[in-house]
Write a protein that binds this ligand. Sequence first.
Ligand code: MN
Length: 204
Amino acid sequence: MTFTTVAAALISIVELPYAYGALEPYISAETMHFHHDKHYAGYVAKLNELIEGSRYATMPLEEIVRQSEGAIFNNAAQAWNHVFYFEQFAPNARHHPEGKLLRSIEMQFGSVDELKRSMVSTATSLFGSGWVWLAADNDGMLYVITKPNAGTPLTDGLHPLLCLDVWEHAYYLDYRNIRKDAAAECFKVVDWAKVEERYENITK
Ligand code: MN
């Protein structure tokens, strides 16, 4: 008797938790189609190609990000970052943080608007492609961090809470070269309930 095994994709694509056009007018359906189906899916496909038959083949994505370097890290981190990014938005998002997260933001940044301004200006001053992160340490202290290329605070032992994708593919169709507007408009669809949930999970 013979058995045939069909190799499954090692890391699978996570679908968007909302419709492609759900974040309009701030992020268009066209951008979401390219961003999710071409860019993000492309990183996942490339990653699967690179890890097939390697020690990474059986690892969860987050673990690959923590342990790898070079091309595997770049594609794994981009895959992880994009899922994290897409999941922080919602069409009927709560527009303001509350509770413990709000208190930490006010204590460290003065106000939610100041935090947003800080992230937008950090995004504007980043040379080239990358990510701007709001992350927290184990004590709940908040940090705004810039990472070039595929960088993520996961490799600094920090807990990511929220991010701005500062690759041109994230905004060029909608905002052309105006990165500042793209970054600022993003906040209109950030689901702060989701960000709070991420924060609560680390400061319990
Ligand atoms: Mn992207």
